[in-house]
Ligand binder design. Sequence first.
Ligand SMILES: [Zn+2]
Length: 349
Amino acid sequence: MQAVQFTDHGDRDVIEYGDFPDPTPDRDEVLVDVKAGALNHLDVWTRKGLPGVDLELPHVPGSDAAGVVLEVGEDVTRFEPGDRVALSAGVSCGHCEFCRHGEHSLCENYHIIGEHVRGVHGEMAAVPAANLVSVPQGVSWNVAAAAPLVFQTAWRMLVTRADVDPGEKVLVLGASGGVGHAAVQIADYLGATVFATGSTDEKLDHARELGADHAINYAEDDFADRVYDLTDGRGVDVVVDHVGEQTYPDSLKSLAKGGRLVTCGATTGPNPNAGLNRIFWNQLSVIGSTMATRGEVDDVLELVWDGEFEPAIREVLPMSETARAHELLEEREGFGKVVVVPDSEYGRQ
Ligand SMILES: [Zn+2]
């Protein structure tokens, strides 16, 4: 088969598209004919090389994909050839202390397809049946591939970890990114008043279309000051922050007393000044979140398949142009998800 791959970590020029051995499913796995995949920021980190992650090279990247079941391993009962499926990339063992409590993304052996083990951006992929979700007819391959990782991440952050109530004020940073644009839609769905940041007027218009009540241009204004003005000095109840060092001080400043900062990543670095004085005096909570449980994945994807939530697709590229897809992410061009399609399928959808 043809697959995206790299033999060394490094700059975008390490990414190739070419022959790779056909995958064969284990007894609990499903072989999927991949129709579309989607990029996430972690694809960039994986390409550059993550400390402590020792990948088998050449590595096939990709944590999001959707397609048709070609073949199932002997223990698989949930799927059969011809089924339409999407991948949810988090792999949990099912029997550790945390899995037994249904907390799959706390699994002692938790790992992510595409980040820690071979990914799915090729013409075919063999993945555990437990990581597949059915996709109804009528849902496009691009939507099915673009939704799972970012919508499950944003859902767990807002619904489970921050436990947002109707009427609360929620600030979403970087509303044009994958997690950000999902978080805006979910916060609006939960009945929150949504504040969103972006760097251009076009991105802010998009955020308003997705449900943001207030859009803040962080390139022009200090977003904490704008939040202060817009809330008459009170602040917001919840900040969704995946930016890290660059935004964390202003995220804390934007919180009302008793507020919660929920984080799922630190694109600009993991070690901001902790601001403990502000945390104890204002009685703030800093809450971590990673991916989601299997039940949360089912809940949020059902709402995507129903059309309640919609992943924005900023560009659809053939897999051979994956380096360009990385550039779009790294340069923060556009809004929403970058989809990649096997070259043999490109233009056929
Ligand atoms: Zn486990």
